[in-house]
Design a protein around this ligand. Structure first.
Ligand SMILES: Cc1cc2nc3c(=O)[nH]c(=O)nc-3n(C[C@H](O)[C@H](O)[C@H](O)COP(=O)(O)OP(=O)(O)OC[C@H]3O[C@@H](n4cnc5c(N)ncnc54)[C@H](O)[C@@H]3O)c2cc1C
Length: 306
């Protein structure tokens, strides 16, 4: 029996674990992948909005986190697959067959990139699918590329790629881009960038590498092919809630609802970070939420309430 089991070791889970440890709680942190850090592994741009710390990228920030965690005493299990979670009983069954039990559970499972679900999306991984504009743009220098999406991430990546690619075609399903003004205003005067709104990429085409995308402009019109060597997909994210979705209350977009103490509608079940915070998915909010959950759990256990 642990005091707290935290699921997910991104910034939110790590902060929760650090604070639980400081409060003397018996804490276990479970992470499905082999490495802790969550989305920090996908950040290749400088991080200068996490007040108090500057980092050249997510890996560098993670190194600082690791230095701060090295003397912590919480247990951390990476590469751990969870089979099921019974939030009412606070019981977790691992794929290995092991059963774990806690007084409190903290869900810190974050979000994942939404997939398009079109032919070619999986097949061309590593063969023309661009995972990050800032990291991969030199690989695609001098080549025509397509960016799919209409939000901040799509616009920012289109601008980054336009610095080295002769043409960048931005394809967005909606009538208007959702990107913030700072990005949207830079797109139009950029001669390398063409924006197709009310359009969809329906297929990624090629032999051993991406050679073209099939685009349908407006419902009913015949699709056409555009020759490109690279495709970057940024159509938003979705919360990792499959283990909990029929047990805790979710909002209309599938994010876990919490109160100001980060507690869900189930007593002693907390949710922190991006999985419960579509309004401000940031490192500061994730680490702050972790501190809140840990403090609340710590003070309740100190009072002997369960
Ligand atoms: C390209 C990019 C740039 C960004 N730039 C910034 C920036 O400049 N400033 C900023 O503040 N934020 C930035 N962010 C956002 C920031 O990274 C996130 O807000 C933050 O990582 C959220 O932390 P989290 O712990 O809630 O979730 P995540 O980082 O998503 O971590 C969740 C963890 O839970 C694990 N997990 C999921 N499901 C399970 C399961 N079933 N069992 C066990 N483990 C599980 C995942 O493997 C992952 O390790 C950026 C994000 C991206 C992608």
């Amino acid at each position: 029996m642990h005091d707290v089991i935290i699921i997910g070791a991104g910034p939110a889970g790590l902060s929760t674990a650090r604070w639980c440890d400081e409060l003397g709680l018996d804490t276990l942190l479970l992470e499905q992948s082999e490495n802790i850090g969550g989305q920090l592994h996908q950040i290749f741009n400088p991080i200068n909005n996490y007040l108090g710390l500057e980092a050249a990228n997510g890996e560098e920030l993670l190194q600082t986190f690791n230095r701060q965690l090295v003397n912590s005493e919480f247990d951390q299990w990476t590469g751990t697959a969870i089979e099921s979670v019974d939030l009412r009983a606070k019981r977790i069954s691992l794929a290995s067959g092991e059963q774990l039990q806690a007084i409190a559970i903290v869900i810190a499972t974050g979000v994942r990139r939404r997939e398009l679900g079109i032919p070619g999306e999986k097949e061309f991984a590593g063969k023309g699918l661009i995972t990050s504009g800032s990291r991969d743009r030199n690989l695609f220098s001098g080549q025509d590329v397509c960016v799919i999406g209409g939000g901040d991430a799509a616009a920012e990546n289109a601008l980054l790629l336009a610095e080295v690619c002769p043409t960048v075609t931005l394809v967005h399903r909606g009538k208007k881009l959702r990107a913030r003004r700072e990005f949207a205003e830079q797109l139009q005067p950029n001669h390398a960038i063409t924006v197709f709104t009310e359009s969809e990429v329906t297929r990624i085409i090629g032999e051993n590498h991406v050679e073209a995308v099939e685009i349908r402009r407006k419902e009913g019109l015949k699709p056409f092919q555009l020759a490109v060597r690279g495709v970057l997909i940024r159509i938003g994210v979705e919360p990792n809630v499959e283990l909990f979705s029929n047990q805790v209350e979710l909002d209309e977009h599938g994010y876990i609802k919490t109160n100001r103490e980060q507690e869900t509608n189930m007593p002693f079940v907390f949710a922190v970070g991006d999985v419960s915070n579509p309004q401000s998915p940031t490192i500061s909010t994730a680490t702050g939420g972790g501190a809140t959950a840990a403090k609340v759990i710590g003070s309740r256990l100190a009072r002997g309430s369960r």
